[in-house]
Ligand binder design. Structure first.
Ligand code: UDP
Ligand code: MG
Length: 139
């Protein structure tokens, strides 16, 4: 199993604000290599499936609404200890609690519109990468 890759999405809020470039700069400056990348607008079915683990949560419908409100940039990233290092780089889910210099501290608006996704385990990194890039030569 691949353990040195993670999966990310630059979320619709950050795309809308023109922050794709600055966020990619932070990611590559932190030592992550971009293995695959695409800009796409998720369907409601895509968003519901991707976040199915949260389907019982009170914020689920709002999350699906938000994630389908505009295009996202999906990417597979490679680095030693990718999952944990990337979660550290993006910071806490709530930007008010995110450390200085983290991507969410710099670019997120709120706990829901928080600029970026990062996989929380090696297993989910593989599942999420396959969700967006299955069947492509890159993976
Ligand atoms: N989210 C939300 N309200 C909450 C918690 C989460 O809108 O109270 C959204 C937010 O966009 C978050 C996503 O749901 O990034 C997934 O939540 P999770 O707890 O997995 O946070 P993450 O792993 O993204 O830090
Ligand atoms: Mg999560």
């Amino acid at each position: 199993m691949i353990t040195n890759r993670t999966f990310t999405m630059i979320k619709p809020d950050a795309v809308e604000k023109g922050n794709i470039g600055p966020i990619i700069e932070k990611i590559t400056a932190a030592g992550f290599k971009i293995i695959a990348m695409k800009m796409v607008r998720l369907s409601r079915a895509d968003a519901r499936a991707f976040y199915a683990i949260h389907k019982e949560k009170s914020f689920f419908n709002d999350l699906v609404e938000f994630m389908t409100s505009g295009p996202i940039v999906a990417a597979i990233l490679e680095k030693q200890n990718a999952v944990d290092d990337f979660r550290a780089l993006i910071g806490a889910t709530n930007p008010a609690e995110a450390a200085e210099g983290t991507i969410r501290k710099m670019f997120a608006t709120s706990i829901s519109e928080n600029a970026i996704h990062g996989s929380d385990s090696n297993e989910n990194a593989l599942i999420e990468s396959n969700f967006h890039f299955a069947g492509r030569e890159v993976f």
